[in-house]
Design a protein around this ligand. Structure first.
Ligand SMILES: NC(=O)c1ccc[n+]([C@@H]2O[C@H](COP(=O)([O-])OP(=O)(O)OC[C@H]3O[C@@H](n4cnc5c(N)ncnc54)[C@H](OP(=O)(O)O)[C@@H]3O)[C@@H](O)[C@H]2O)c1
Length: 338
């Protein structure tokens, strides 16, 4: 796209996207949502970031996921998003679901991390300012805090909603027992939990042991993060580690050592199954994640438009034969070298 041209959203953007409800809540999300953890920071190309965001919206992706410290530097992904919002997406604010979170390291001292009311409320105010927003759609507790009573953290989420700074609340990285504790408190506050954001992919199946059951039983939507295992479950690393990839760049959250021999063997075997289904490996991995009944959406990252488009192609085939799932289980359990 021409970086100087004024933006107008495509008229057909809602024609093909099969939106899903967040558990038993009224809000619907696209089955694939875009996360701004990486590729949208102050160190990244603003033109590329804008192009990916606008292409996503044109293709029916209405949900954009942020956190206070996405960047680098911390906060800069919210600044990038706020600029695109002001310049291009402001007329569409009511068509967007924007989330942010607080819970990890953000600023120095005892009030810039974890789960106190002090931190969560100050952080939300900062996020709103960086994005130029009056409210976000979803505010998350980014992780459980063993040293703050769950009633305080959930009370802060409630305060965010009652004060009009967020429409809905969610939790992230809470295990099944911690989730039940949080839901019990939210119930006493008469505040539904919209979403639980968990790490889930073919390479990270922990949520299958209790968490999904808890979400189903309580009508909470699931939203999976890193469904492509940060790019490992794509064609990115089939041959080598490209210099411009997440694993190829120094200091990133994925290191060359994460691509073990066992992973490489699994990736190659999974790529064959994908090819037999007429899908890319990324499409197979996303469809597999979305097969869980509680799963409202999977949160993808993308460093270029082509990846976004490839990933959205997953929605053309989300169905699995039992034999395919069994074959995938077989590949994923042959991982003793990991
Ligand atoms: N709640 C939490 O604690 C938490 C934690 C982590 C993430 N998240 C959320 O989840 C979002 C997604 O996380 P993620 O970025 O790790 O997700 P991911 O989708 O597993 O990985 C994204 C990366 O995979 C590569 N990729 C994506 N599509 C591709 C394709 N079709 N072909 C080849 N390579 C492809 C790109 O890497 P290259 O850069 O190498 O091109 C891209 O940056 C985040 O932005 C954030 O919103 C939340």
């Amino acid at each position: 796209m021409n970086a100087d041209a004024p933006y107008g959203a495509r008229a057909d953007r809602y024609d093909a996207m099969p939106y899903r409800r967040c558990g038993r809540n009224g809000l619907k999300l696209p089955p694939l949502s875009l996360g701004l953890w990486q590729n949208f920071g102050g160190v990244d190309s603003a033109d590329n970031s804008r192009a990916i965001l606008l292409r996503a919206f044109d293709l029916g992706v209405t949900h954009f996921d942020l956190a206070n410290n996405y960047g680098p530097p911390y906060g800069s992904a919210e600044v990038t998003f706020g600029r695109v919002l002001q310049r291009d997406l402001a007329p569409y604010r009511d068509e967007l679901v924007i989330s942010t979170k607080a819970g990890y390291d953000m600023w120095p001292g005892p009030y810039g991390d974890w789960g106190s009311r002090k931190y969560l409320m100050a952080s939300l105010d900062q996020s709103l300012k960086r994005m130029g927003l009056e409210y976000v759609d979803i505010f998350y507790s980014h992780r459980p805090d063993p040293n703050t009573p769950i009633a305080e953290t959930m009370g802060a989420l409630e305060q965010a909603v009652r004060s009009g700074k967020s429409l809905y609340v969610g939790i992230s990285n809470y295990d099944a027992a911690q989730t039940r504790d949080a839901l019990n408190v939210l119930r006493t506050l008469n505040l539904p939990c919209l979403l639980h954001q968990m790490k889930y992919s073919m390479f990270e199946r922990t949520p299958e042991h209790g968490l999904f059951e808890t979400l189903d039983a309580n009508g909470v939507g699931g939203i999976a993060f890193s469904p492509l295992a940060q790019g490992m479950l794509t064609n990115r690393y089939l041959k080598d580690i490209p210099a411009d990839s997440r694993a190829g760049k120094p200091g990133r959250s994925l290191a060359p050592a994460d691509l073990t021999a066992a992973h490489r063997a699994q990736i190659s075997a999974l790529a064959e199954i994908a090819a037999a289904r007429g899908q890319s490996l990324a499409q197979l991995a996303l469809a597999w994640t979305l097969r869980q009944p509680c799963m409202t959406s999977a949160l993808i990252g993308a460093s270029r438009i082509e990846q976004l488009e490839d990933n959205l192609g997953a929605l053309r085939n989300l169905a699995f034969e039992a034999a395919e799932l069994a074959k995938i289980d077989g590949i994923l359990s042959s991982d003793s070298g990991r």
